[in-house]
Write a protein that binds this ligand. Structure first.
Ligand SMILES: [Zn+2]
Length: 155
């Protein structure tokens, strides 16, 4: 399964990759050399809009996706096409905040982390196994679903 390392310019893309279930990390502070070493060390595909970094990947035989579009949904569609990584929302969703795995939870498990009205209205809840953040089928959820459909339409 393809895992990604995004360059620091692509923070928004990072969140959405995780939502769609792609194991993704990024750093805003790493130098180009550190990025190349991390991609190699953790066996991640480097994703960047930086031409120079793309050339250094080629020289060092590191897999790389050279992002062409400025639109997030088009960027993800390009990544999926070039790497063959499968997406499945919400079943494969990773925590948008920390890239941790998600587990479906019952309402009793998430009381205190979810607003009252969501507890009664939402049929499904997910909890991140590493940071404990809880997600449910609220308004933000609908945006995620819409985004998933937009990306699927481009594939
Ligand atoms: Zn998390």
């Amino acid at each position: 399964m393809a895992r990604l390392l995004l360059d620091g310019m692509l923070g928004r893309l990072c969140t959405w990759c995780r939502v769609l279930g792609i194991d993704t990390v990024f750093s805003t502070t790493a130098t180009d050399t550190e990025m190349l070493e991390r991609a190699k060390g953790e066996d991640r595909i480097l994703v960047t809009m930086d031409r120079e970094l793309v050339e250094r990947c080629a020289k060092n035989k590191i897999r790389c996706v050279s992002i062409a579009s400025k639109k997030t949904e088009e960027q993800i569609a390009q990544i999926i096409k070039e790497t063959g990584v499968p997406i499945d929302f919400p079943n494969d969703m990773l925590c948008p905040a920390c890239n941790g795995g998600m587990k479906e939870a019952i309402v009793e498990d998430v009381r205190g982390s979810v607003p009252e009205d969501a507890q009664s209205k939402s049929p499904r809840f997910w909890k991140c196994v590493s940071c404990g953040k809880v997600y449910w089928e609220g308004s933000h959820w609908r945006n995620m679903l819409k985004f998933y459909e937009k990306v699927s339409a481009l594939l």
